[in-house]
Design a binder for this molecule. Structure first.
Ligand SMILES: NC(=O)c1ccc[n+]([C@@H]2O[C@H](COP(=O)([O-])OP(=O)(O)OC[C@H]3O[C@@H](n4cnc5c(N)ncnc54)[C@H](O)[C@@H]3O)[C@@H](O)[C@H]2O)c1
Ligand SMILES: [Zn+2]
Ligand SMILES: [Zn+2]
Length: 354
């Protein structure tokens, strides 16, 4: 088969590799029908995730069909159409039993395209298939479902749920990349009063308005603190979410929240940020951090099935899988391409038919 292989910082290729095989009886092999690229894959390619070894197949988001299942797989079956979660779950460790699959101690967690070969391939081995694959209901598009492998559960769990968004809240989302935009979509499940999105790129702010943001602010230009004060009678936002991953935006998220409010950090940070305890000790704030668990995938699937949630607005570009290098190029340069999420579909002519 063909796969997108990491060869060390700055080097990767769509190339011929051996087909995956069942290694444990709880594994399944999935034929990949649609797959996407995550900002995390770009970090891996830059060499920012040193535990990813050269030779590793990238990718942790996909939908496809089960073509082979080990003898220990009971809930899923060959021929079934499934969503592959970005997080695998052993199901029995202390954290899995609390639904904290991201923290799995039994060999799961974020392993695909990280510690084991990933989904940017014609086929992929998925460990703990019973708990790491979700059946796709009839009538739901692969594209909509693909957004549930990572970005929708991440923004919902780490942003909206940790931030405790409630009806009527003023919610400020800082960063309008795929994660911030998915937070715009999933925050609406809780009927906030107003959603404000802050970014430095006008094109991203326009995407946020299309997906349901009520107010957008460009922090390269606008006085964001003054605007939020004006919107909230000087109190500050009920909930702020950080969806960038730099000190400046975390500090802004803390500055913009009202006394008693919630700050939900989603961004992955590489540098220390300053927490002004000398200012906030008196403000009754709750600040949360987190890694996605994907335990909200079943709920999100049901909302898509029933038409109450629409993730299709996040997909801007479509390719065949053999065009992977081009898709990376487009995804890596959103300023030129306007890319949010790119989707790659199985090439019938190169796909390993079964
Ligand atoms: N916690 C988790 O489990 C988890 C999971 C997935 C991704 N993430 C993280 O979430 C963050 C967002 O992911 P993404 O894929 O949307 O990233 P992205 O890089 O595509 O988007 C970031 C957005 O922030 C904007 N931005 C950059 N600097 C800014 C600034 N100073 N002020 C305002 N806006 C600014 C950019 O214009 C862009 O629109 C990343 O840090 C990513 O690593 C966390
Ligand atoms: Zn991801
Ligand atoms: Zn576990």
């Amino acid at each position: 088969m063909h796969a997108m292989v990491y060869h060390g910082p700055g080097s990767s290729a769509w190339e011929q590799v051996p087909d995956p095989v069942i290694q444990a009886d709880t594994d399944a092999i999935v034929r990949v029908d649609a797959v996407t690229i995550c900002g995390t894959d770009l970090h891996i390619l830059k060499g920012d995730v040193p535990e990813v070894n050269p030779g590793r197949i990238l990718g942790h988001e996909a939908v496809g069909m089960i073509v082979e299942a080990g003898g220990g797989v009971h809930a899923r079956r060959v021929g079934e159409h499934v969503l592959i979660s970005c997080v695998s779950a052993c199901g029995v460790c202390r954290f899995c039993r609390e639904g904290r699959y991201g923290r799995c101690l039994g060999g799961g967690g974020w392993i695909l395209g990280h510690l084991i070969d990933g989904t940017q391939a014609e086929r992929v081995r998925v460990p703990f298939a019973d708990l790491s694959l979700y059946p796709i209901p009839a009538g739901v598009s692969d594209e909509q479902m693909l957004m549930l492998a990572d970005i929708l559960p991440t923004s919902h769990e780490v942003g909206v749920r940790n931030g405790r968004v409630r009806p009527g809240d003023v919610v400020v989302i800082i960063g309008a990349g795929p994660i911030g935009l998915a937070a715009v979509i999933t925050a609406q499940l809780y009927s906030p009063g107003r959603i404000v999105v802050v970014d430095k790129v006008d094109g991203r702010l326009e995407a946020a308005r299309k997906l349901g943001a009520d107010v957008t602010l460009n922090n390269g230009r606008d006085d964001v603190a003054a605007e939020i004060a004006a919107l909230t009678g000087g109190l500050g936002a009920d909930v702020t979410m950080e969806a960038v991953g730099v000190p400046e935006t975390f500090e802004l998220a803390v500055d913009l929240v009202r006394p008693g409010g919630h700050v939900a950090n989603i961004g992955v940070h590489g540098a220390p940020a300053t927490l002004h305890l000398e200012r906030i000790w008196i403000r009754d704030l709750t600040i949360s951090t987190g890694l996605v668990d994907t335990n909200s995938i079943p709920m999100l699937i049901e909302l898509i099935r029933s038409g109450r949630l629409d993730s299709s607005g996040l997909v801007t570009h479509r390719f065949g899988m053999s065009e992977f290098p081009l898709a990376y190029e487009v995804f890596e340069h959103p300023g030129d391409s306007g890319a949010l999420k790119v989707v790659l579909f199985r090439n019938e002519e190169t796909g390993s038919e079964s």
